[in-house]
Design a protein around this ligand. Sequence first.
Ligand SMILES: [Zn+2]
Length: 435
Amino acid sequence: MRKSEIRVGLLCAAVAALAAAATVPMAQQPGPSGPPVVLHAARLLDVSAGKVIQPGEVLVEGDRIKAAGQSVDHPQDAKIIDLGDVTLMPGMIDAHVHLFLHPGAEDLQTVEESEPWRTILAEQAARADLMGGFTAERDMGTEGAGSASTAVRNAIDRGMIPGPRMRVCANAIDILGGHEDANHFNPAQHVLSNADRANDAEQIVETMREQHKEGADFFKIYETGPDRMVDGEFHTPYQYTEAQLAAAVAEANRMGTNIGVHAQGEPGTLYAAEAGVASIDHGTQLSDETMRLMKGKGIFAVPTFAIFEYFAQHRDTQEQAAAEAAMLDYKIKEFKKQVAAGIPFAVGSDVGPFPHGTQARELVLMVKYGMSPADVLRADMINGAKLLRWGGKIGELKPGYFADVIAVKGNPLEDISAVTRVSFVMKGGVVEKQE
Ligand SMILES: [Zn+2]
């Protein structure tokens, strides 16, 4: 998320993580048994070509796509599902979510709510996101619930609860007194940070190893904040040096994974790009040099417009709302430069502080502020799959890919808001929603 929160840490975080440690890898999941399924609809989106073909069909066997196109084989025993006047497309990917956050009393919910309660809400959030058409997500921090996210991920993977395929990072990593620390509270209350604390490269690596041990798939680092606009100029202090971030990247690579940073502006965004992180999230202010590095290294920018819009529309005082609106205006201006520079994007909404399941709004906003629908859809599904380290497995309707297929009312290339009207969701060959 974007704003500071506070939390009460509970010992049961570690217990929950240990209980969930016996995780079943995705490849070992039993696929759905039963006859093959043929999905038929008026249209099908070819994401990489940026084209819609008519009609569209997908043949699903077990948890995989066997074929997709205008027409496919109809095996004798196949179950035919005719979805009518909709567009078939791959399940959407949200590269920046918070299953453990919900709207309202943002700065207090992690103090007032127990971790078991937050875990139950996270299960409901996972279901809502799936029903909204998101079949894969990257959870960018439980914000104080530690590795409880690994339990939610594992329960989804075992088919115990509905939800997207998850990449989770447990808590984010932050410096003492940093963006996500519990600053400005009565010191006598000892309010705990929302993030795991690390002050130098050695501590970052140690924290990552602890999180990895508890089941984290990747790591999130807070690199900038707090943010301020002064006379139309954006300012945000950095937290870690380029060398400290590079140590984190090296450790993540050693484990076969990657790092996403919360980084709003310079010089933190430059340090992150130099260090070679996988994504720069929020990424409001990126210098020419930062963008050059991102293009060269294939580092994704994840703009998260939906949360900026929501905050601008939902602040308590006019003053706060005006400050959020000024930030959004600045962000839109900078985004247009980033699109012109041709940097790679992935799509992440920062959902949690706004209602789960509604985050397809992010794709609408990226089109509104300057990208073509085809480019936004490619950023979401093809780049999103790469960022989540599931490239070649999800994000397209191709033989051998997981059968993560949704249907939307309308043609998303002509009207991107079609992605907010999801009428059908299949994940891993299992029908999760059918209107
Ligand atoms: Zn976030």
